[in-house]
Write a protein that binds this ligand. Structure first.
Ligand code: SAM
Length: 166
């Protein structure tokens, strides 16, 4: 049985989903910084942040590229919070926030130069199939960056991973 907190992190929903997103925006800062250190962002790079949550990383990428930065998340609350945070770029046409499951993204083949996934991959269904879907929409020389504080090799990781495996 997945507990309530983990359930919210997996798919933020309702009023509590908004609080969860606000907490993640604060608590994931170190992971965000780590992820940004691992990529080279070019001024022409078109970027997608999958599992975009509150849209903090969409906002950060928008400052590093002149091209479009999109977000994708299957949670209605995550999508609306990402749009709220990046309202001027959404209105200006530089940012789209797509509500969809990562396993079936309404995105054309080879669309992005850089795809990021912060603290979300462990929630994805059938990882081999979803990675194929990411591969389909990334350009041939694109970068796919995964940033998370859990790699499954630390005893503390079990508190997150055990309920997900159940
Ligand atoms: C722990 S939150 C991380 C949010 C944000 N990336 C961050 O680091 O603050 C996980 C996010 O991934 C999204 N997510 C989980 N599984 C997904 C799936 N199958 N398809 C699309 N989004 C998914 C959730 O809705 C949630 O917004």
């Amino acid at each position: 049985m997945v507990d309530k907190k983990l359930d919210q992190c997996m798919k933020p929903h309702g009023e509590e989903g908004i609080t969860t997103i606000q907490n993640m925006n604060e608590n994931h800062r170190e992971i965000y910084d780590f992820g940004f250190e691992c990529v080279d962002v070019g001024r022409d790079d078109k970027i997608l942040d999958i599992g975009c949550g509150g849209g903090v990383n969409i906002e950060r990428f928008l400052k590093l590229t002149d091209a479009d930065v999109d977000g994708l998340d299957y949670s209605e609350v995550s999508v609306s919070e990402s749009i709220r945070r990046n309202r001027s770029s959404v209105d200006g046409g530089r940012c789209r926030v797509i509500q969809a499951d990562v396993s079936d993204m309404p995105v054309e083949d080879e669309s992005y130069d850089l795809i990021s996934a912060f603290e979300t991959v462990y929630f994805w269904p059938d990882i081999a199939e979803t990675f194929k879907e990411v591969y389909r929409i990334i350009k041939a020389d694109g970068q796919f960056m995964i940033a998370q504080g859990t790699d499954g090799n630390h005893p503390d990781d079990e508190k997150w991973l055990k309920p997900l495996k159940a």
